[in-house]
Design a protein around this ligand. Structure first.
Ligand code: AQP
Length: 335
């Protein structure tokens, strides 16, 4: 496929400003993202166009868009070492998204589990944007010649679709898009709800099983201690028969850079209370500095805006080249 234009591999990832992020977003996304700028030319995006596929209160969308940017930075990203921007500030995302719609089959979109899940949860508003979400996501990724897309594992199906769309385009018009691949963290790729440990922890369904990043650490610790487990009394990593325990092992593994199996070994023979205590401690240890930095960043929105505007300028340069190349190949009359 097309060669990369950067000596470092290129990565892209996005987080929707559709609510206050959860500890699942932190473990599956924000935290692993911080390693990328050292080894990659890394793009990080606040995907506000994606957020509106579910109806948002204007004041919440506004606040959460700055908020997601601030969580990226609070987690440890240095804006001088990566490109951090808001999706809607780079118009090429929607332009390429439109073009890629014509390379996507309805049947492919109908198979997307996120669409089926969200359509069931938001029956009053099953809009065309929700249906076409993965096409816009393909545009997000393909605009930047992305090779790696760090994500939680709920997004792997969308990345496969992006690859199919890219392949289809390249087969018709010749080598144009770089083929991206999804990369999931070794622990916590799908943090589950603490009360319903077979379902993903979700920022848009907060409740007793969800820990949001702005929650008081003491409250978060209580939620961990009340997490649903089982009556087997054995600490082992068994997602099928012990989903609650497996989830706690994933959370602790994600926060301490270990696999859930390694954490299970450490706790072998111990009581569930010991594991819950360690998970609660690790969550509090992560949340306290994160929240302090978030609060500091959100107190200066003008500075956040400057960082995001600079990021959008940098992103736009690459995105414009990609859209131009695509339009040229397709026979558009260029402006
Ligand atoms: N529970 C999770 N565990 C691990 N990773 C997760 N991610 C999301 N949830 C978990 C990863 O976080 C990144 C950003 O996610 P998103 O903003 O695209 O979507 P979301 O958090 O899933 O929130 P939504 O879509 O607003 O609503 P819900 O919460 O209802 O699904 C991605 O890399 C994702 O994999």
């Amino acid at each position: 496929m097309s060669t990369s234009i950067s000596p470092k591999p290129i990565s892209f990832s996005g987080i929707q400003s559709s609510g206050i992020p959860s500890i699942g977003n932190y473990i599956g996304a924000f935290k692993p993202f911080t390693a990328y700028p050292q080894t990659h030319k890394a793009y990080f995006c606040v995907v506000d166009h994606h957020a509106i596929t579910v109806r948002q209160e204007p004041k919440d969308l506004f606040e959460n868009s700055y908020g997601v940017a601030a969580w990226y930075l609070a987690a440890g990203l240095n804006p001088h070492e990566c490109t951090l921007f808001i999706q809607s500030h780079v118009k090429e995302h929607t332009e390429l998204g439109w073009i890629l719609n014509t390379f996507t089959q309805m049947g492919e979109l109908e198979r997307m589990t996120q669409f089926k899940d969200k359509a069931a949860r938001h029956k009053e508003n099953v809009n065309a944007g929700l249906f076409g979400y993965p096409v816009l996501m393909a545009a997000d990724i393909l605009l930047y010649n992305t090779q790696e897309v760090p994500v939680g594992d709920d997004q792997i199906q969308h990345i496969e679709l992006a690859r199919n769309i890219a392949t289809r385009f390249n087969n018709i018009y010749g080598d144009t898009f770089v083929m991206p691949k999804g990369v999931i963290p070794k622990s916590g790729a799908r943090v589950k709800d603490l009360q319903e440990p077979t379902r993903k922890m979700s920022k848009s369904q907060p409740g007793p099983g969800t820990i949001l990043l702005n929650e008081s650490p003491a409250e978060a610790a209580k939620k961990i201690k009340r997490a649903q487990t089982d009556s087997l009394g054995v600490i082992a990593y068994d997602t099928e028969n012990q989903p609650g325990i497996a989830n706690l092992l994933e959370i602790l593994g994600g926060l301490t850079n270990r696999t859930p199996q390694a954490v299970a070994q450490e706790f072998e023979g111990q009581q569930y209370g010991a594991l819950k205590g360690a998970v609660a401690e690790a969550v509090v240890f992560a949340l306290e500095p994160l929240q302090a930095e978030y609060t500091r960043l959100m107190s200066d929105k003008a500075e956040l805006h400057r960082i995001l505007a600079k990021g959008a300028d940098d992103a736009r340069e690459v995105a414009a080249q990609t859209v131009r190349k695509v339009k040229e190949k397709m026979g558009y009359v260029l402006a």
